[in-house]
Design a protein around this ligand. Sequence first.
Ligand SMILES: [Zn+2]
Length: 176
Amino acid sequence: METNGTAAPIPANSPGVASSPADYLARAVQLAVENVRNEGGPFGAIVVSADGRVFEGLNRVTANLDPSAHAEVTAIRNACQGLGTFDLTGAVLYTSCEPCPMCLATSLWARIDRVYFAADRHDAAEAGFDDAVFYQYFEGGPADRAVMPVAQETLPTDQRIAPFTEWTQNSARTEY
Ligand SMILES: [Zn+2]
């Protein structure tokens, strides 16, 4: 088993490898526990591709000095690199804890089909993590977004949409 966040794909039908949703979730939880013992956060995740290949991900935020290195994002990155695609249509994400808004959005961008989680945002909050607070940022009112205001700055229209004009006029673009 690799614990460096770059786990290689392993066949889903290998002996001892999980094969049901409950088994994959249990494996994700096991990865999370082991990750704590390896200077990582208490989160682990698994992506199972449409053709049954398994990719693991660990939380390496503090180890890699990367705020985006959540277990789910790491698993999605490993799956995309391993499969040679940015589109995980048909894949399922199993994670030791309810995905935060970033991981949920990453799953949407990756076109993940379904997500299963074990612990929830409130369990994470009790352990000192900001998942519930960040959910409130999106689900609450303006007062909940005071922690990080986001504002659109007024620019001339042609300047504002220049990147999209460049994009739509580029016949060589790869859409996603
Ligand atoms: Zn996350």
